[in-house]
Every structure is written in structure tokens, then in C-alpha cells.
Write a protein that binds this ligand. Structure first.
Ligand SMILES: N[C@@H](CCC(=O)N[C@@H](CS)C(=O)NCC(=O)O)C(=O)O
Length: 315
């Protein structure tokens, strides 16, 4: 039995995406709460630098980014499928749109001056959160609240048109597209509730959201961050090809051979890089091997899409 450890925090929308997939697939998992802002020493002990939320740990293997976590969970529990064969292209493309364009329109609408006071009653907490996210967005352009509102309203109507047709966006069952579209809307409804009026003109969308929420979160048991690090320390990372990722054939698009010291960082939002030895670079993902004083030797995995691979600077 694979011991799935999800590092997350309750208010994180991308974490809600994964929690609901765990519920849909009726999986048991262990729940580690991480801080929402830096510093995150227990996170970095496992990831080597990557600080975004959530990530999945299985022993000494660390899977970053929910797109990769979806692939892992599909491998662990293929049914019900996130990528049904007849819609797998469109479902993945829609999910990528939802995790980026829809997410940023929603969040720029959700967190704006008129909602901030209700969301963060403590001014010092609000300031610390805003400063942290501003640093993460250093190389991004941000939508202004009015432009975000217009875009979000149109996107909600388009999603409602899909929900008018079937119980879920692409048919009678949820697929990866539903989970990716749901989480920013969940944030509007539950976390930025003073802004939730924008959902009211589209009742079929609210009914679809109720069906998504009813999937639940699976069976979770609490684990402390320190115990999660001990789990990594007591385990060996799985050799590439034997871990929970589908492919292992080397694909060299960068002229960087396996065994090189490299850095991997998100293309946007959260520039913190992970440094390590490149042990896999496949069509779908990269894997780095690194040794941490607390977590021991771990493999940290990233999807190719959305991440930048570079040779590390020689010391
Ligand atoms: N593409 C990433 C995006 C993850 C993301 O942006 N998560 C937000 C929280 S929902 C985050 O990391 N915020 C900063 C933090 O939690 O440290 C994924 O799919 O995992």
C-alpha cells in the first residue's frame, strides 16, 4: 500500500484540488499542514527550495505541482479516471487553462482592497501575506481588480454553459478539468465569501460546485512536519522507472546530460529553485537527487510544463 503524504494548508485552493481528487478516488492519505508564507524550513528540507503548495510525499520521493500529483494519483488508483481516453487531450488542455488563466482572474478578483479586510482581520497578518505573494509574483504582470472581474464573470458563464449540459463539465463523471476549474471558485465561495455574489447569476454552476464538494476528501490522518521528514530519512528514493511516474526514457531538449548538477524553478510565481543532480528527464517530468541534513537523500520531481531547467553555476 502506497503511503501518500500531502503537504498542504486548509485555505489553499490548489490543495483543495488535490484533496477532492483523493476523495473522488477514495484514497487514504496523511495530512501535513505547512505554513502559507515563508519561512518554510520543514518544506524546504524535503523539496530543496520549492515552496509552493501543495506537494505530495511518498517515502523519500517528493512530487511537486498538482499537475504531476494528478499523474501520480492516476497511477496509484486508475479508477475513477482523471483522464478518460475519449477526452484526455481536451481535459488536460482545459485543466491547464483553469490552473493558470482562470486561477489568476479569480484570485485577482478574490483578493483585492475591498475584500482584504474581511479575509484578513489582523492587519499585520494581511501585510505579511501580501508581501510574501508580491515577492512570488516578481516576474508576473497582475490583472487590475476591474479587469479581473470582467474576465472572471465571463469565464464563470462559460463554465456554467458546460454545467448546463451535464452533471460535470465534460460528461456524467468528473475528470481532471472539473478539479482544476473548481478550486479557484471554491476560494471565492468559502474564503472570499464577501465576493461570492459573482457566482449567483449562474445557478447551474453552483449546483455543479455542490456536486464537486460532495466528493469529499477521502480518509485523512494527521502527521506532524517533523514525522514526515523522518519518513523521508528512513526511506530510500525509488529508482527512476520504479517510482509512481509513468515514463522514464531520457529526452534531452536542453543539452544537459543525466548526472549534471542543475536547478529547476517554476516559470512564474515563486522563483525559488531546487538544486540537485538530474537523475531523470523524461517526456513528462524531471527528477533531481539531493541530500538534506534532516531528510537524507530524496528525489524531487517536477513536471516539464511550467518549469525551467538550467545547469547549476559551477561552485
Ligand atoms: N502550478 C502549481 C501552483 C501552486 C500554487 O500556486 N499554490 C499556491 C497556494 S494554492 C501557493 O503556492 N502559494 C504560496 C504558498 O503556499 O507558499 C500547482 O499546480 O501546484
Amino acid at each position: 500500500m502506497t503511503d501518500l503524504i500531502l503537504h498542504h494548508y486548509p485555505e489553499s485552493p490548489f490543495s483543495e484540488k488535490v484533496r477532492l481528487i483523493l476523495g473522488h478516488k477514495q484514497l487514504a492519505w496523511r495530512s501535513v499542514h505547512v505554513p502559507a508564507i515563508q519561512p518554510k524550513p520543514d518544506v524546504v528540507a524535503l523539496t530543496g527550495g520549492y515552496r509552493r503548495t501543495p506537494f505530495l510525499q511518498v517515502g523519500a520521493d517528493i512530487y511537486c505541482d498538482t499537475a504531476l500529483v494528478c499523474d501520480v494519483l492516476e497511477h496509484v488508483q486508475p479508477e475513477p479516471a482523471l483522464y478518460p481516453p475519449h477526452i484526455r487531450g481536451v481535459a488536460r488542455i482545459f485543466a491547464q487553462w483553469a490552473d493558470t488563466t482562470l486561477f489568476w482572474a479569480a484570485m485577482s478578483y478574490n483578493i483585492q482592497p475591498k475584500s482584504a479586510a474581511a479575509m484578513f482581520p489582523d492587519a499585520a497578518v494581511a501585510q505579511a501575506f501580501m508581501n510574501d505573494r508580491k515577492a512570488m509574483r516578481a516576474n508576473m504582470t497582475q490583472l487590475r481588480p476591474a479587469d479581473a472581474t470582467s474576465a472572471y464573470r465571463s469565464y464563470l458563464r462559460r463554465i456554467a454553459h458546460m454545467a448546463d449540459e451535464h452533471d460535470f463539465l465534460f460528461g456524467a463523471e468528473p475528470c481532471v478539468a472539473d478539479f482544476a476549474a473548481y478550486h479557484p471558485l471554491w476560494y471565492t465561495r468559502h474564503r472570499a465569501s464577501s465576493m461570492a455574489g459573482i457566482l449567483q447569476p449562474t445557478p447551474s454552476l453552483l449546483e455543479w460546485m455542490d456536486r464537486m464538494a460532495a466528493l469529499g476528501h477521502g480518509r485523512a490522518e494527521k502527521l506532524s512536519p517533523g514525522d514526515a521528514i523522518t519518513v523521508a530519512q528512513n526511506a530510500e528514493p525509488m529508482p527512476p522507472g520504479q517510482n509512481l511516474l509513468v515514463d522514464s526514457a531520457f529526452q534531452d531538449d536542453h543539452g544537459i546530460p543525466l548526472g549534471s548538477e542543475v536547478t529547476i524553478a517554476a516559470e512564474s510565481f515563486g522563483p525559488e529553485a531546487t538544486v540537485g543532480e538530474l537523475v531523470a528527464a523524461t517526456r513528462t517530468h524531471y527528477s533531481l537527487r539531493r541530500t538534506d541534513p534532516r531528510a537524507g537523500t530524496v528525489h524531487v520531481h517536477f513536471p516539464r510544463i511550467g518549469y525551467v531547467l538550467r545547469k547549476a553555476d559551477p561552485a
